[in-house]
Design a protein around this ligand. Structure first.
Ligand SMILES: [Mg+2]
Length: 310
């Protein structure tokens, strides 16, 4: 039986293996991946053990550590942690996140930088840099939906002002939170929860569009590569195709687009559903500092349990 601790560990390790497995084909169209890897990408490069974590995992760890230290997510604290990461390596950083962290470094207030960068770019950018890292918030607030929404928004808005970024992260966190408590959320239930919280029409449509559809239908490698709603859909697709951790994750990456981020979101949801014990050992063995991820997951579980959240 999958234990609670196994699910917690699986969430962070799943995010890590999905992120890392998708790296070699980031931004590739699905057809090209299929030609080059007809059986799917099934190995993680052992060189990853010597490299810093990619942005998706690095920023999920930043959220986990911030939660453990303050038991809330404050934009000044997150801004300081993101700047430290930027200065230490910043591997894989997306353009929107880079612009906002650069604004922090120039002295712009953390409460304003993301909005000003978003407005400067025409109020359009809705990159996947918030949805990729959101899972630790669901690990801490697995039952309280009001708090889950509030802290997911805090975790997103520090870099991504567009409401679609917060809403898509909330949709993913609803899936993770349900999985941690031993249930598989339906697309319908997630859509209904979002609807009752005044979600915008774009996000709601994108959630509902996952139900009963194939990865081909979702066009993860279409023109909107890097769009937050695509990464969300990649993750939510796994709710209806969750029979096998490895096969589902390989399929998401095979669908192309922003494969490392789609893999991270899908991996977190699949890991929460199946637990760390379902993740192939040969993958976990090539994740740098996996023991640190396990320890963070254990501490988030202990914190959530103390607070009666799990
Ligand atoms: Mg990345």
């Amino acid at each position: 039986m999958t234990t609670l601790r196994d699910r917690y560990r699986g969430t962070l390790l799943g995010l890590a293996v999905g992120n890392t497995l998708g790296l070699p084909v980031e931004s590739w169209p699905s057809g090209e991946i299929r030609r080059r890897y007809p059986h799917g990408i099934r190995e993680i490069d052992p060189l990853e053990l010597k490299l810093p974590w990619d942005d998706d995992l690095a920023q999920a760890v930043i959220l986990a550590e911030a939660i453990l230290e303050h038991d809330t997510l404050r934009n000044d604290d997150l801004a300081a942690r993101l700047m430290l990461w930027f200065e230490s390596n910043g591997r894989g950083m997306g353009s929107q996140t880079r612009a906002v962290i650069s604004a922090f470094r120039q002295g712009m207030l953390p409460s304003e930088a993301a909005r000003l960068v978003w407005e400067r770019d025409g109020g359009q950018p809705a990159g996947n840099g918030a949805v990729m890292r959101c899972a630790p918030v669901a690990m801490r607030w697995a039952r309280d939906r009001v708090k889950l929404l509030e802290e997911t928004e805090n975790s997103s808005r520090v870099t991504h002002h567009d409401p679609r970024c917060s809403w898509s992260a909330f949709a993913v966190n609803l899936a993770v939170a349900e999985a941690l408590t031993g249930r598989t959320a339906s697309i319908d239930s997630i859509a209904n929860t979002l609807e009752s919280s005044d979600v915008g029409p774009h996000t709601l449509h994108a959630v509902r569009d996952v139900a009963g559809h194939s990865l081909e239908h979702l066009r993860l490698d279409g023109s909107a590569v890097g769009f937050t709603l695509k990464a969300m859909q990649a993750g939510l697709w796994c709710l209806e195709h969750s029979a096998d951790f490895e096969e589902s994750l390989v399929a998401v990456i095979q669908a192309g687009g922003d494969t490392d981020t789609n893999g991270a979101v899908a991996g977190a949801i699949l890991g929460a559903l199946h637990g760390a014990s379902a993740i192939p050992d040969r993958w976990t063995a090539h994740i740098a500092k996996a023991d640190r991820l396990i320890s963070l997951a254990d501490r988030l579980l202990d914190r959530a349990a103390e607070a009666g959240e799990i």
